[in-house]
Design a protein around this ligand. Structure first.
Ligand code: DGL
Length: 266
């Protein structure tokens, strides 16, 4: 049975993968964490697109997925169109920052986007805001240190540290007058609750987890490739890089109930 691939630079795609997996326990899943090229936000668009093309080629040879989800905004902005051209037979689902709903909901036309350097630098998010909001202004903040915090310290951070991280960014958006904030990097979903709590009552927070699950579910219907709901044992967590997995990856694999291996040995 062909799996569904979820891909991110690290743990960022896990909230997306987990949401989908809970609703579709019978779908075999391969989660690929490209820790070799982490963080994605620091790459140039062209370089990252080439990295993603190579990775997906490797995964196709190993597991031949029926759908690939780029559970990463940066990867989507950098590579989705090129990947679609390169792999015309593989349905690809991208994670786009939720700028459209945020723009439509905003009362004052000031949209905050928290993302990686690449996401904030690229014109993509401003183009969406321009398309859906009459004169909407995007206030983008690149937060590579928040990506790093979540990737390396989330598991051990205290609730106070997590809240402080979210509060710090929200204060900057508040000072800029935004009323709608987009969590434009999948890693930030780990602090979703903290962002919602600290944002209320004046800022509304938007993300894309449910939208991605729905998109994959409808593709499965369209393709007639939906598995039955009996839970499976063959879900996998694959890591790039030659070194042995860090303890946190072993914990994630246990937590998800996925088998863990290195891509190069898979
Ligand atoms: N999780 C990724 C995103 O959604 C990127 C984080 C990174 O590797 O820089 O943009």
């Amino acid at each position: 049975m062909k799996p569904i691939l979820f891909l991110d630079s690290g743990i960022g795609g896990i909230p997306y993968c987990r949401h989908f997996h809970r609703r579709n326990p019978g779908e075999p899943i391969v989660y690929l964490a490209d820790r070799l090229h982490f963080p994605y936000g620091k790459w140039e668009k062209k370089e990252l697109a080439a990295i993603l093309t190579g990775l997906i080629e490797q995964v196709i040879n190993i597991t031949n997925p029926k759908i690939a989800v780029l559970a990463c905004n940066t990867a989507t902005i950098a590579g989705l169109s090129q990947l679609r051209e390169h792999f015309p037979m593989l349905p690809l689902v991208g994670t786009v920052p939720a700028v459209k709903p945020a723009t439509l909901a905003s009362k004052n036309g000031k949209i905050g986007v928290l993302g990686t350097e690449l996401t904030i630098k690229e014109p993509f998010i401003r183009e969406i805001a321009a398309q859906y909001g009459n004169g909407a202004e995007v206030i983008g903040i690149a937060a590579p240190e928040l990506v790093e915090f979540i990737e390396t310290q989330f598991n051990t951070a205290s609730p106070e540290q997590r809240t402080a991280m979210a509060r710090d960014y929200l204060n900057r958006f508040r000072a800029a007058g935004v009323d709608s904030l987009v969590l434009g990097c999948t890693h930030f979903l780990f602090l979703q609750e903290e962002f919602h709590q600290e944002a209320a009552p004046d800022i509304t927070v938007f993300e894309s987890v449910r939208g991605i699950t729905k998109r994959v579910e409808s593709l499965l219907e369209e393709q007639h490739t939906k598995a039955n709901d009996a839970p499976r044992a063959e879900n996998r967590l694959l890591l790039t890089g030659p070194a042995a997995p860090e303890p946190s990856w072993i914990e994630w694999a246990e937590h998800l109930g996925f088998s863990l291996s290195l891509l190069e040995k898979a």
